[in-house]
Design a protein around this ligand. Structure first.
Ligand code: 9W4
Length: 425
């Protein structure tokens, strides 16, 4: 471990050059954040502001951190999941003078120790994924809240917990719900999860998707993304659902819909994306074809009932990284990927940088917005604050521009026509 109090604690500083190459690769795929860096490194609107951040230490997060830093902020960072920190990225950031406390495989004590180190700077802003940093301030260091003008939160779960806190009037400062930006959740869930889940399946199995029966459980945004991409690679997609409107959308999108009890007999590959438990259970394993592949991309690892699969099996062995072969008592084999955890994160690299570009541009713009309002002496209530529609459109517009696309503009007459209720048909 490399430790310099007040500066960093990371696994191994000598990994820095490997990490830097990965960060540079992400930079080349994150044009929105890089355009914002270019713009705000000139005016440095965050100068004099201290940001404590608690978010997965990945190559994409590094691009966000260095953009905040380039815009003038003093930054201190910790990871928000003990298993998601990439040590080479943490090393590259530490080497570049970013205050960071993060290493892969932290225990619970080390995890909170790291968060607490970032609070020693007495931050003016917090940036969270899962709200652990905000909770640490509220539960253990509430006196720090008086210096904090606001925070931002990345995920659905975090926003959900913060709304509950706000309803109970327990929130000490305003927090912007980055998750609820359309340029965040819609693109993350459909395009990010869609591609990275297929990526995880292929890395763990290297099977041909063309001609396979690919069963997607759940046709929410993630399920839709997986179905769309599997179909694009030539698989026959079958969707299972409990919600009539979602099932109807799946059929109109061209997919076959049926209950899991029927799909279980037909599927070659199964992916769960529902958010509920026990989607694939023992009666389904009993029906599956020999060689069936089963995985999950929903948030919880209980969508596939693994204890029941183990109980049905006489033998289990790892055949490839993130791929376990269960031999059932009648000799059939079922392959479980990434131990039923999120296959896109455990067996692949999560959302592609191009998708994180928009999520993190929302983080960056929200931090800028908090500082802007503070400078204008506008006080936000200590509640969960939404991203304005204009920020979503601005980020989408920059993304389009960096991709080389132009779009049309409404004329004054068109706007007038749209808003004129007297015009009739
Ligand atoms: N990563 C994660 C979490 C747990 C975990 C045992 C071996 C989420 C979003 C972003 O949660 C994240 N457990 C693992 S690997 C693993 C990875 N195990 C468990 O067996 C493996 C996580 C956001 N994100 C992207 O999606 C892309 N860049 C990003 O910053 C990152 C990580």
């Amino acid at each position: 471990m490399d430790f310099k109090p007040g500066k960093y604690k990371v696994k191994n500083l000598s990994l820095a050059s490997e990490g830097r190459k990965k960060i540079e690769w992400a930079e080349s795929r994150m044009p929105v954040l890089m355009a914002l860096r270019e713009k705000y490194s000139r005016t440095k609107p965050l100068k004099g502001y201290k940001i404590a951040g608690c978010l997965h230490v990945t190559k994409e997060t590094a691009v966000l951190i260095e953009t905040l830093h380039a815009a003038g902020a003093q930054v201190a960072w910790s990871g928000c999941n003990p298993l998601s920190t990439q040590d080479e990225i943490a090393a590259a950031l530490a080497k570049n003078g970013i205050e960071i406390y993060a290493w892969h495989g932290q225990n619970v004590k080390e995890f909170y120790w790291s968060i607490e180190q970032t609070l020693k700077m007495k931050p003016n802003l917090t940036l969270d994924d899962g709200a652990d940093l905000i909770f640490t301030v509220h539960n253990k260091y509430p006196h720090l809240a008086k210096n904090i003008i606001g925070g931002t939160e990345e995920t659905t779960t975090g926003v959900h917990r913060l709304r509950a806190m706000s309803a109970a009037k327990k929130l000490l400062y305003p927090v912007i719900a980055v998750n609820d930006a359309e340029t965040k959740w819609d693109f993350d869930n459909v395009y990010g999860t869609g591609q990275s889940s297929i990526d995880g399946i292929l890395r763990a199995t290297s099977v041909l998707l063309a001609g396979k029966n690919f069963v997607v459980a759940g046709y929410g945004h993630c399920g839709k993304g997986c179905a769309m991409r599997a179909s694009g690679m030539g698989a026959n997609v079958i969707v299972t659902e409990v919600k009539p409107t979602a099932a109807l959308k799946a059929t109109l999108d061209g997919f076959v819909v049926m209950p899991m009890d029927e799909a279980a007999k037909m599927g070659d590959i199964f992916i769960t994306a529902t958010g509920v438990k026990d989607v694939i259970v023992d009666r389904h394993f009993k029906l599956m074809k020999d060689g069936a592949i089963v995985c999950n991309t929903g948030h919880y690892d209980c969508e596939i009932n693994i204890p029941q699969l183990s109980k049905l099996s006489k033998k289990k062995r790892t055949v490839r990284p993130n791929n376990e072969e269960y031999t059932l008592k009648d000799g059939r084999k079922v392959y479980l990927l990434a131990q039923g955890r999120l296959v896109n994160l455990a067996a692949a690299e999560g959302h592609p940088s191009e998708v994180m570009d928009m999520s993190f541009a929302n983080q960056f713009m929200s931090q800028i917005r908090l500082v802007d309002l503070h400078k204008k002496e506008v006080t936000l209530p200590p509640q969960v604050i939404d991203i304005p529609e204009s920020q979503d459109q601005e980020i989408a517009q920059i993304k389009l521009k960096t991709m080389g696309y132009k779009i049309d503009k409404l004329s004054k007459e068109q706007i007038k026509y749209m808003n004129d209720y007297s015009a009739g048909t």
